[in-house]
Design a protein around this ligand. Structure first.
Ligand SMILES: Nc1nc2c(c(=O)[nH]1)N[C@H]1C(S)=C(S)[C@@H](COP(=O)(O)OP(=O)(O)OC[C@H]3O[C@@H](n4cnc5c(=O)[nH]c(N)nc54)[C@H](O)[C@@H]3O)O[C@H]1N2
Ligand SMILES: Nc1nc2c(c(=O)[nH]1)N[C@H]1C(S)=C(S)[C@@H](COP(=O)(O)OP(=O)(O)OC[C@H]3O[C@@H](n4cnc5c(=O)[nH]c(N)nc54)[C@H](O)[C@@H]3O)O[C@H]1N2
Ligand code: SF4
Ligand SMILES: [Mo]
Length: 731
């Protein structure tokens, strides 16, 4: 056997894949860290605490952080590998400029001048709103605030939105309609104290693995677990009741459950009359949703609908948790409101062990939607269309109210407007729309049409390949600040290392650009701490109030839940405890939306339902996790999950190549034949670009209220193409 000689960094990378453990000084020697930095995982909205091991300005590993209450030292497969992306050879270490030959490294002066000149030229020719900004919710609260302020004051454009438009907005809009506020109502520590849990449209064990522990604790304490999903996901395997809903059927399902609850008197009439509005219309609507009728619409057996009502209705304490499975729909808001009806009808909210929450997706999915980087929002969760809110913020920023732009387009609408030639220039940060927005051929056409596109990222993601200028920004551990997790707990990210080479912290890039656009005086920050002081002061008196928080308090108290309106205020882990909701009259609202089908339903040509989502080892558009070897090994390429009955009908065996075709196009991927999915539905995870990208074929139809696209359902047909290239998964 030949001896392996590993001498250079290239040898190590060839042998082990990109890893951090190679040290130029000491070869393959991890050594002892210089220090441990207490911070949080860069991935999902659980925001587990982690201690990063730092040596010579490099992150070389991690240790658990046992004291952080949310995860108490536990981490999921992505969490333990997250540190490995830092020294990937693809890491951008300098700004890039497109030339005839491709991308070339350039100086910051040149890259930023080029960007500022393009912005000015486009805006002079086509007006301020012809230049758009797209932000993201993987970034800190400080950067979310900065993005909003930058777009309104430096770019003077109304067209700013963020990637949470693909994620949390249906839940956000529904929460505001029902409760008057957009936040999970309970801390997760309430989960183990409850008696019954509905998990609707969340693959919890793969997407929020650490929260599984809370569910198991509840079960150990005797709670019943109900899972609603077209797929028997890992968490569903141990559930007490599984409701195999047809994609798009949730609002009907909820109406059916409520119908049975009303018949049996499992309703809290006193709570309804004291604390809610609009019950009569709902009561009338659900009359027709008999179990038999509901079964027809949803594919859930009538007996299971009754069983769900029997478990949920008379329980003493209950928790409803949901995620994108019910939200990624053209009736995402209606679905969420229909589940909220089940909570309000029982009055079980605002109490220990009783309540509700949507589970936040991205690391700062919560904070990223609070501080003004949304097209309709100003800091403190204020409404850009509310004249009082506009006055407050323009005064705070020291600009005329008339200079503050109005409501702009949402993320997908911005891409549509680029395609239509109405928006000519784009700056994006922390967003990969070519992979993450439906109907990617249209996104590609739009990108090709832009007169100027600048992207801020630490990797050259698939969208950034269309950029004229790529600005090398910072990874989460290369900067500091705060994020707010899915419970509403604002926590501190400490800086571990500085950006490598010529890369810069994201916020410095934005502030420098603002300066070149002649607005430097509004962006004179030396440190994220100054942005936090400003954003918390700006939030004072707004619906989302951080004004009692400081970095020191956040750190010493292991996070603070907003609202926290004074320095001595303890924060608010559980909302609505006094039965007071955040509408002016203090009451919550029921909503009575009749069931309507998805934008695209099955027909003779496209007889199956296509749905998309995630796998445990990959994250979002995959830019980060597709660069971590061991996570790639776990799930290297997209597979099409299908039921054995369907496979048999199509003559497909596990591992065969199948073609999934929708009205937008086709993708060829290997089949994964599993009994855990409805026979009328196929599922493909979306973390990959190129010819196998799920979003080549998804439907860009939008929810009329939240403007979220219908990632979770469209119609398709599936056919056998041939045996799996390379021998198939079975080989
Ligand atoms: N491993 C991993 N974890 C992640 C992420 C990741 O990319 N990878 N991303 C993070 C982010 S940003 C988000 S938003 C969350 C997403 O977290 P989840 O929402 O839990 O994940 P998804 O896979 O998008 O969809 C959840 C489930 O919805 C089901 N579903 C499809 N259609 C319907 C329907 O009509 N009704 C119901 N009830 N269910 C349906 C799917 O079968 C799927 O199991 O995960 C976060 N965590
Ligand atoms: N078919 C289908 N499509 C979906 C979904 C689905 O379920 N099905 N889910 C949707 C959901 S819920 C979401 S949240 C979106 C996500 O979609 P995107 O937001 O487009 O996905 P990301 O992979 O987060 O892309 C963000 C980019 O940000 C970079 N990045 C991360 N952190 C930072 C940072 O701190 N600074 C800078 N400068 N860059 C950073 C990464 O390198 C990456 O290139 O996808 C949506 N698309
Ligand atoms: S559960 Fe989420 S935050 Fe926790 S380690 Fe996994 S990806 Fe990171
Ligand atoms: Mo998300």
């Amino acid at each position: 056997m030949a001896t392996l000689t590993l001498k250079t960094e290239e040898d190590y990378i060839a042998a082990y894949g990109p890893t951090l453990n190679y040290s130029p000084a000491g070869g393959w020697d991890r050594g002892e860290p210089d220090r441990l930095v207490k911070t949080h995982c860069c991935f999902c909205g659980v925001q587990c605490g982690i201690q990063l091991k730092v040596k010579e300005n490099r992150v070389i590993g991690f240790e658990p952080w046992e004291e952080f209450p949310v995860n108490q030292g536990k981490l999921c497969p992505k969490g333990v590998k997250r540190y490995m992306q830092n020294e990937h050879p693809d890491r951008l270490k300098a700004p890039l400029l497109r030339s005839e030959q491709g991308f070339e490294e350039t100086t910051w002066d040149h890259a930023l001048d080029r960007t500022a000149t393009a912005i000015k030229s486009i805006q002079e020719r086509y007006g301020k709103d012809s230049f758009a900004f797209l932000g993201g919710a993987s970034m800190t609260n400080e950067k979310a605030y900065l993005n909003g302020k930058f777009a309104r004051i430096a770019l003077e454009t109304k067209n700013i939105d963020y990637n949470g438009r693909l994620c949390m907005v249906s839940a956000g809009a529904a929460n505001k309609k029902a409760f008057g506020i957009d936040r999970a109502a309970n801390p997760w520590s309430d989960i183990p104290k409850t008696d019954v849990i509905i998990l609707a449209g969340t693959n919890l064990a793969e997407c929020f693995p650490i929260l599984t522990d809370y569910i198991w604790k509840a079960r150990d304490n005797g709670a019943k677990i109900i899972v609603v999903d077209p797929r028997i996901t890992p968490i569903a395997r141990t559930a007490d009741l599984f409701l195999p809903v047809r994609p798009g059927g949730d609002s009907a399902l909820c109406h059916g459950i409520l119908h049975v609850m009303i018949l049996n008197g499992w309703i809290d009439e006193a709570f309804i009359s004291e604390h809610t509005e609009d019950w009569p219309a709902l009561k009338k609507l659900v009359r027709k949703f008999t179990p038999a009728y509901t079964e027809k619409l949803t594919g859930v057996p009538a007996r299971s609908i009754e069983k769900c009502a029997e478990l949920w209705g008379p329980a003493k304490k209950s928790m409803l948790l949901h995620a994108r499975g019910i939200e990624h729909h053209t009736k995402g808001v209606e679905n969420v409101l229909s589940y909220i009806n089940l909570v309000l009808a029982t009055g079980r909210i605002g109490k220990e062990g009783s309540g509700y929450g949507t589970i936040t997706g991205q690391g700062n999915g919560q904070g990223g939607r609070e501080h003004g980087q949304r097209c309709n929002q100003l800091p403190g969760g204020r409404d850009i269309n509310n004249s009082v809110h506009r006055e407050e913020i323009s005064k705070f920023w020291g600009i005329e109210e008339t200079a503050l732009p109005g409501e702009g387009l949402t993320a997908c609408e911005i891409i549509d407007a680029i395609e239509a030639g109405e928006i000519k220039g784009l700056l994006s940060i922390s967003f990969n729309p070519l992979v993450s927005i439906p109907d990617s051929q249209r996104t590609r056409k739009a990108l090709e049409k832009l007169e100027f596109y600048g992207a801020i990222d630490f990797f050259l993601n698939e969208t950034a390949r269309y950029a004229d200028v790529v600005l090398a920004g910072s990874l989460q551990e290369e900067d500091h600040g705060t994020v707010t997790n899915g419970e509403g707990r604002c926590i501190r990210l400490n800086q571990s290392v500085t950006p490598p080479g010529n890369a810069l912290p994201d916020w410095k890039i934005i502030c420098d650009l603002a300066d070149r656009l002649g607005k430097g005086r509004y962006f004179d920050y030396q440190d994220p701490r100054e942005m936090f002081s400003e954003l918390s002061a700006a939030s004072k008196g707004g619906p989302i109030d951080y004004s009692g928080m400081t970095y020191e308090r956040i750190e010493s108290e292991q996070g603070i839940f907003w609202p926290c309106p004074q320095p001595e205020h303890p924060g608010t882990p559980r909302l609505f405890e006094k039965g007071q909701f955040f509408h002016d009259d203090g009451k919550a609202r029921f909503h009575a939306f009749d069931y309507r089908p998805p934008a695209e339903d099955v027909d003779a040509e496209y007889p199956l339902l296509f749905t998309t989502g995630r796998v445990v080892s990959q994250y979002l558009s995959g830019t980060q996790t597709r660069r971590i070897g061991s996570l790639v090994d776990q799930y290297p390429e997209p597979l099409c999950e299908m039921h054995p009955h369907l496979a048999e009908k199509l003559g497909v065996e596990d591992g065969d190549q199948v073609r999934v075709t929708t009205r937008r196009g086709s993708i060829d991927v290997p089949a994964q034949v599993v009994k855990t999915i409805r026979p009328d539905t196929v599922f493909v995870p979306y973390h990959w670009p190129g010819k196998k990208s799920a979003n080549l074929i998804t439907n860009r139809a939008l929810d009329p209220i939240s403007k979220i696209p219908e990632f979770k359902v469209c119609s398709c047909r599936v056919e056998l193409v041939g045996p799996h290239a390379g021998g198939g998964r079975k080989a």
